[in-house]
Design a protein around this ligand. Structure first.
Ligand code: SAM
Length: 299
């Protein structure tokens, strides 16, 4: 389909609830702080690192022209743009996210491509989607950040048509993802020596990483038929060793700790990250093992 045939431009609406008693307040603040800014300034690089997940996700969604689809936690829009292109002239795509900066980036990219996509700044766990209105809900790593996942996924299920489908990628547990555990093990003694083992189910990249827990969440949310498939995804961080070090210090949980550290601790962190990543750098990239689930669920 020729992207330029779309006449109207993308829209961007903020419909966040009032500041007080917001669900997911900590994550909303997180994604509207340095974390969201880092995803925007590193958008091309992040899209490159995660590019291999877009087609498998959209293939699993079994999309057809004319469908109405939503991308939850759409971030800077890579998946939403590809999704829109698959829906044809009569289709409709919406990207939902809590990060104003990332949505602005999505909106900018869709407009540049002449794609008609609605972007909503809203918490997908509580957003008042029209019931039974959506054919497909997709997400690349945007559904692991809910304080109350049972309620959040129930909200998404209610939005789906009876023959609709939810399809998403989430990370498997930390233990299956050396791309994250390796650097964290190296930097925690410096930046958070008293840190206790993290709650595996707390909102964050790995909160749905245990298969039985994930299945339980989806079942309690009312989903029926589902599949949770292993999908290995090595993290390839392209560029120099310094680029790989920056990949960690400029995003995610390492970034959060790094930003609070003093100058001496930061220097030690940079040195230890270089040391542990060097053996995994082949001259062009750092490659580390990563494992995801590709999940499909029917209401
Ligand atoms: C790891 S990023 C993934 C972004 C994008 N899907 C991608 O693959 O590039 C997670 C995204 O989920 C969004 N997010 C977190 N909690 C959310 C919520 N309750 N509702 C909507 N989006 C949320 C974040 O703002 C962020 O953009």
């Amino acid at each position: 389909m020729d992207r330029l045939q779309f006449q109207s431009r993308s829209t961007y609406n903020a419909v966040m609830s009032a500041e007080s008693d917001r669900p997911n307040a900590a994550q909303i603040d997180y994604w509207n702080g340095p974390a969201g800014d880092a995803w925007v300034s590193n958008q091309a690089e992040m899209d490159g690192t995660l590019a291999g997940l877009v087609e498998p996700l959209l293939d699993a969604a079994d999309l057809a022209e004319g469908m109405r689809a939503v991308d939850v936690g759409c971030g800077c829009g890579a998946t939403t743009l590809a999704l829109r292109a698959r829906l044809g002239d009569g289709g409709h795509a919406t990207g939902v996210d809590v990060s104003a900066a990332m949505l602005a980036k999505s909106h900018e990219r869709a407009t540049a491509d002449g794609l008609e996509i609605d972007f909503l700044e809203s918490d997908a766990s509580a957003h008042a989607f029209e019931p039974n209105s959506i054919d497909r809900i997709v997400s690349r790593f945007g559904v692991m950040f809910f304080d109350r996942p049972d309620e959040a996924f129930a909200n998404l299920r209610r939005a789906l048509k009876p023959d609709g489908k939810l399809v998403f990628f989430c990370w498997q547990a930390r233990s299956e993802n050396p791309w994250m555990t390796l650097p964290m093990a190296a930097i925690l003694p410096i930046l958070a020596p008293d840190a206790t083992a993290p709650d595996p189910y707390a909102p964050g990249p790995f909160s749905l990483g245990e298969r039985d827990h994930l299945r339980g969440v989806l079942q309690r949310a009312g989903f029926g038929e589902m599949s949770i498939d292993d999908f290995a995804y090595p993290m390839n961080i392209t560029g120099s060793l310094d680029d790989a070090v920056a990949f960690y210090t400029q995003r995610g949980p390492v970034q959060s700790l790094f930003l609070e550290a003093d100058a001496d601790a930061r220097m030690r962190v940079l040195a230890v990250l270089r040391e542990i990543l060097a053996p995994h750098h082949d001259g062009e990239r750092v490659a580390l093992e990563g494992n995801t689930y590709l999940v499909t669920a029917a209401p």
